[in-house]
Design a protein around this ligand. Structure first.
Ligand SMILES: [Zn+2]
Length: 412
């Protein structure tokens, strides 16, 4: 029996799948020119190129290619992950030649050494990935489960990327950089990255152009009720609604209503409004009636690194005539300037629909310690009869939630 050459097998499989040479090149992450040269017989591919092509196309040339469809998708994927380490090194060479003007030879060289160590670490880690003890697993209903959100921005250096990779490994998540390009200041410009949360959620994202306004990356929301547990690509603005009080801490109350219930109801309504919105993503610090310490809330928020935090509360006063929304910032917060700017915009937008009072300073633990712009918002007074009606009726709550969400869109 005539022994089929790899060249013949490639042409056979490619045409049977109805793929063009360009499509095969993209699938295999190999240059079109290489595919053309293999098919025309001008080069004999090296073993790993054969492996790479045959696995991407779903046949095993080294195994007498008995059945092209013996690999399940998953197996092929796993193998591709392994093979892409080689591709990664190849990419680095491309980087070196393509951006010679931008990056000095010396820094490229250091980059290569660092990457070799990096790859070594990756491979050894990949092999033991099954042994990861997830730190973020759900252990009880009341535990605050921190979502993971990683945004790759144009101020990251190679060292930052290495650190991000390490930090994520500690969380049981593997990231594999398939393409990285830096500008002359060694800041990230382009990224292609494969993410595997090792819990059934994985994906790829890619961009050739990062700038200050564009965030690329991924998120994994471990909340079992989450409608979007995982996503990659261009990231939406993240807003945390800190839902005031909960559990044994009821907050203020009046005539059968407690602050902790109303804040949760309204937060849930705002979150529902955000579903399907392409610009805003909302996270809550609690989604049920549970007690969460202020430190835990701060920890959750700082791990998530959101763009903005609103801590939702309801006011109460001995003076029945006091009414309207109250806004507070903290003048000891690291980002007090940003907090003030965003709160001013927020107030302006809310004022179109509901009564607002002036912004005040509040010595709040949460406002002081969160590392992002933050506002504490009191959505009216339970002690005022008009506000009470608004806060406790379905119609009123819908109005409050819609007004807040519209304001969030405007300040976005
Ligand atoms: Zn409160």
């Amino acid at each position: 029996m005539k022994k089929t050459s790899f060249r013949e097998k490639l042409i056979e499989v490619r045409t049977s799948k109805g793929l063009t040479q360009t499509e095969v090149a993209n699938l295999c992450n190999i240059s079109l020119r290489t595919i053309q040269r293999i098919e025309s017989g001008t080069v004999t591919p090296r073993a790993y190129t054969i492996k790479q092509i045959s696995e991407a196309l779903g046949f095993d040339f080294f195994k007498a290619y008995d059945d092209p469809d013996t690999y399940t998708k998953k197996e092929t994927k796993t193998k591709n992950i392994f093979l892409s380490s080689i591709e990664f090194v190849k990419d680095l060479f491309n980087l070196k030649t393509n951006t010679m003007k931008k990056v000095s030879i010396l820094s490229s060289f250091c980059f290569l050494i660092a990457t070799s160590i990096f790859l070594f670490t990756y491979n050894s880690n990949a092999q033991s990935s099954k042994q990861f003890e997830r730190k973020l697993k759900i252990t009880s209903e009341s535990e605050l489960i921190t979502p993971v959100k990683v945004a790759f921005t144009d101020d990251l250096t190679f060292e930052d990327l290495t650190q991000i990779k390490k930090d994520l490994l500690n969380k049981g998540i593997t990231v594999e950089y398939k393409k990285l390009e830096f500008d002359k200041n060694n800041k990230l410009q382009a990224i292609g990255c494969f993410v595997d949360c090792n819990d059934g959620f994985n994906g790829y994202f890619f961009t050739n152009y990062l700038n200050g306004n564009r965030k690329y990356g991924f998120y994994r929301d471990y909340d079992i009720n989450s409608s979007s547990p995982f996503g990659t690509g261009s990231l939406r603005k993240t807003i945390v609604l800190d839902v005031g009080h909960g559990g044994r801490d009821g907050g203020s109350f009046s005539k059968g209503f407690q602050e902790k219930e109303i804040t949760l109801q309204i937060a849930n309504k705002i979150k529902t409004l955000s579903k399907g919105n392409e610009d805003i993503e909302i996270f809550l610090t609690r989604s049920s009636d549970e007690f969460i310490t202020l430190n835990k809330r701060v920890e959750f928020i700082n791990a998530l690194k959101p763009d903005y935090v609103i801590s939702l509360h309801i006011a109460s006063s001995g003076l029945e005539e006091m009414d309207g929304f109250n806004f507070f910032t903290n003048n000891k917060n690291k980002l007090k300037k940003e907090s003030t700017t965003i709160t001013e915009k927020f107030v302006k937008s809310i004022s179109k629909k509901l009564k607002v009072n002036t912004i005040q300073n509040m010595n709040s633990h949460l406002l002081k310690h969160v590392e992002c712009p933050a506002t504490l918002l009191e959505i009216g007074y339970l002690s005022n009869s008009e506000d009470y009606d608004l806060l406790t009726s379905k119609k009123g709550q819908n109005k409050i939630a819609t007004t807040i969400f519209e304001a969030l869109k405007e300040i976005n």
